[in-house]
Design a protein around this ligand. Structure first.
Ligand code: NAD
Length: 252
C-alpha cells in the first residue's frame, strides 16, 4: 500500500538501530524526507543516512538522558529540514532495570534516567514541535510507548512501565488539546519486539514467545508500518488512540 508521506519531513528519534532505523527506511521509501538521530552510535546513524540516500536529510547527535537535549535535538532537526517538520516519531527509549533491592543511588539514578529519556525528552520535543507544526498548518506525532504502559511491567522494570504509562497520557493530552490546530498524536503499545531491547538468548526468546498467541515477537518493520500509516494522516480520526501491537499477548 502506498501512503501519503511524499513531501513530508519527519524526525525519527533513536534511528540508528531497531524500530527507529526500520521507521526511517520505511518513511523514506514512502517518499518522506527523514532526519535521523543517534547518540553513542553516531557511526550507525551516519551509515543509515548513506544507506537511505537523498531522502535522508542528515543525522543529529543527542544524548536524551541530558536535560534540555530534547529541544536541542528538535531545533537541529528543524534546521536540517529547512524549517519545517511535519512528523515526529518519538522512538528512542531505554529499558533499564530498577529492582527494589538496588542501592538507593542506583534506584534513584535508574528512575531518573528512565523518566528523562522515555518521558521528559519526549515532552521537551513535543513542547518544541507543537507550536512549530501548528504554525505550519499541522503535523503528526507518534510516540512509541509499550504494552507495559497499560499492563504494567515485570518487578525489575517498574520505572520503565511508569514512563510508558505517562507517555500514553501525554499523547492523549496533545491529541485532545491541539487537534483543533491540526496536531495529530498517536501512541503505539508494542509487546516484545525482535530488536536488541527484546529477549535475545534462546531460552528468553522461547519464554517470551510462549505467552504470545501468534507465537512470535513483533518485527521492527511492523511497528514502522503502523507508525507510517498513522503519521501519513490516512486515518486522522484515530488521533488520540494507542494501537496495541503485541500478537494478542495483552488484549484490553
Ligand atoms: P533499541 O535499543 O534498538 O533502540 C532504542 C533506541 O533508543 C536506540 O536507537 C538508541 O540509540 C536510543 N537511545 C537509547 N538511549 C538514548 C539516549 N540516552 N539518548 C538518545 N537516544 C537513546 O530498541 P527498540 O526495540 O528499537 O526500541 C524502540 C522503542 O520501542 C523504545 O521506545 C522502546 O521502549 C520501545 N519498545 C520496545 C520493545 C522491545 O521489545 N524491543 C517493546 C515495547 C516498546
Amino acid at each position: 500500500m502506498s501512503l501519503p508521506l511524499a513531501g513530508k519531513r519527519a524526525l525519527i528519534t533513536g534511528s540508528s538501530h531497531g524500530v527507529g532505523l526500520a521507521t526511517a527506511h520505511l518513511f523514506a521509501a514512502q517518499g518522506a524526507d527523514v532526519v535521523l538521530h543517534g547518540n553513542a552510535n553516531m557511526a550507525d546513524a551516519d551509515h543509515a543516512v548513506q544507506a537511505i540516500g537523498p531522502k535522508a536529510l542528515g543525522a543529529v547527535q543527542a544524548d536524551l538522558s541530558r536535560p534540555g537535549a530534547g529541544r536541542e535535538l528538535y531545533d537541529a532537526a528543524l534546521h536540517l529540514a529547512s524549517g519545517r517538520l511535519d512528523i515526529v516519531v518519538n522512538n528512542a527509549g531505554i529499558h533499564w532495570a530498577s529492582p527494589l533491592d538496588s542501592s538507593d543511588a542506583e534506584w534513584e539514578r535508574n528512575w531518573a534516567v528512565t523518566l528523562q529519556v522515555n518521558l521528559m525528552a519526549v515532552a521537551d520535543i513535543c513542547r518544541a514541535a507543537i507550536p512549530e507544526m501548528a504554525g505550519n498548518g499541522g503535523g503528526a506525532i507518534v510516540n512509541i510507548a509499550s504494552r507495559a504502559g497499560y499492563r504494567g511491567e515485570d518487578r525489575n522494570h517498574m520505572a520503565y512501565g511508569a514512563s510508558k504509562g505517562a507517555l500514553l497520557s501525554l499523547t492523549k493530552t496533545i491529541a485532545r488539546q491541539w487537534g483543533s490546530e491540526g496536531i495529530l498524536a498517536y501512541a503505539l503499545a508494542p509487546g516484545w519486539i525482535d530488536t536488541r531491547m527484546g529477549p535475545q538468548a534462546d531460552e528468553d526468546r522461547r519464554t517470551a514467545e510462549a505467552e504470545i498467541p501468534i507465537g512470535r515477537m513483533a518485527s521492527a518493520g511492523e511497528i514502522a508500518a503502523m507508525a507510517a500509516f498513522l503519521a501519513s494522516g490516512a486515518c486522522a480520526s484515530a488521533t488520540g488512540s494507542c494501537i496495541d501491537i503485541n500478537g494478542a499477548s495483552y488484549v484490553r
